[in-house]
Design a protein around this ligand. Sequence first.
Ligand code: NOJ
Length: 564
Amino acid sequence: MASDQRIQTPEQASLTKGGDPLWYKDAVIYQLHVKGFRDSTRDGYGDFNGLIEKLDYIQSLGVTALWLLPFYPSPLRDDGYDIADYRAINPRYGTMKDFRRFVKAAHDRDIRVITELVINHTSDQHAWFQAARRAPPGSQKRNYYVWSDSDEKYKGARIIFTDSEKSNWTWDPVAKQYFWHRFFYHQPDLNFDNRNVRRAVLKIMKYWLDMGVDGLRLDAVPYLIERDGTNCENLPETHQVLKEMRAEMDAHYSGRLFLAEANQWPIDVRPYFGDGDECQMAFHFPLMPRMYMALRREDATPIIDILRQTPEIPQSCQWAIFLRNHDELTLEMVSDEERDYMYREYATDPLMRINVGIRRRLAPLLGNGRRQIELMNALLFTMPGTPVVYYGDEIGMGDNVYLGDRNGVRTPMQWTGDRNAGFSEADTAALYSPIISDPPYGYQSVNVEAQDRTSTSLLAWMRRVIKLRKQYKAFGRGTFEILPLANRKILAYLRQYQNEVILVVACLSRFSQAAELNLSRFAGSQLIELFGETPFPIITEMPYLLTFAPHGFYMFRIERPNVG
Ligand code: NOJ
């Protein structure tokens, strides 16, 4: 199909008028759960109409895209990643009409919408599974899922939810066979060797793209295909499935996005970009724990090492980078020694640990240190990739490690110091989750309203840094070069795009530091500090001396002097 015939809603057409199919490179993504944002119906659960009410806030933050966690009908035993119906909205969160209104309202504000395409598995409540378990073995219907008479197959596959699952096989008494699942035992994996499954998935994809959704996060993509004698991750056949999906998307739509969730080493994530014919974006999982490690060790080496190991990606592609999300801070992509270090430093209480990771939010991880929070965000907004901010972290929300699973980082958004934090007018006991109410993170003090009234608040700073990020394309599109320094407590890098040259220098130490940078190639140019537009001394052939307050950082523009 010719590109001018491809489907665009009117709002999407206006979004791309400015006209860039690579919009995701310059994006700032805000991740949220509809359930946790704002309840407009007093039932204790957030909903789409509540989210629409809060779009002004989202717009005021300056983010350009929203990533919504799953909002489909679901028994909610994996917070919605256990989907019972791919084509509907969980009634607690609203109706399809509400969803459409939301997409339009977001687009009217130039905010794009990224939703979840969870195709590795369904809920065991999905009609496909209910039909499969009753269908004769070997039939098309049964083969929507992966079955076996024994639990011995695919022994090379690791268990992901180590705290709750003992095997990737579960016996189904109705089918009288074992079914395969990489996650919870109630989440059977779909069988991508079945062409009907692949066709059904394409239809679901198009269903949401037709609705005007701009991007799809592809949940758990490394595990689509299983083969004996392998670890059942990242198999060539999995990439074939993704290429088919991308070809179908490109044939019918323009300006849309696949964002791969592949919690893997950079070298293994690289194929998810293909030759620019698979996913446009993929999360950079291994970078994240190394940012925390570098901070606590006061040594830039972990960050430098992982970025050096990160391969080039096609020009149209982009990493998604993040500090926290709705899951545990995963420690799968670190060595055993590094994992021990992270647990020791960031999860002293065993309650803070789950599976292979740490279930805490950004502010508590950083001891609520404002300087540390700003520093980590400064890195997030300037390192190569598109930043993803997890809702609530922009106001420094806390967590609740006493809630089960990963629910402690999924508590209601704190809007005000009023009843239920302004999240809901339901009875407090009816809320889907308790609100954080103990000092120092309790909603009485940590809330949007209070921070709106304080010019020095974290929220005010986040708005500034997001605005600043959007002023320079170099952050989203520029080259990345680490500047070698004698002082390992300082991390320095250049971002360059066309005639923009940005220098970022960050102090990972809790003490004051000094560093000398070799900037001689820019001799005669000037550094302009971006927050204050403050001119710094002219660069010469000599080492350039910078001093830092504890956890201080600079973002500079390197400006050539006006000649003549
Ligand atoms: C990845 C999601 O991020 C996580 O929340 C979920 O539990 C698993 N996929 C399994 O669905």
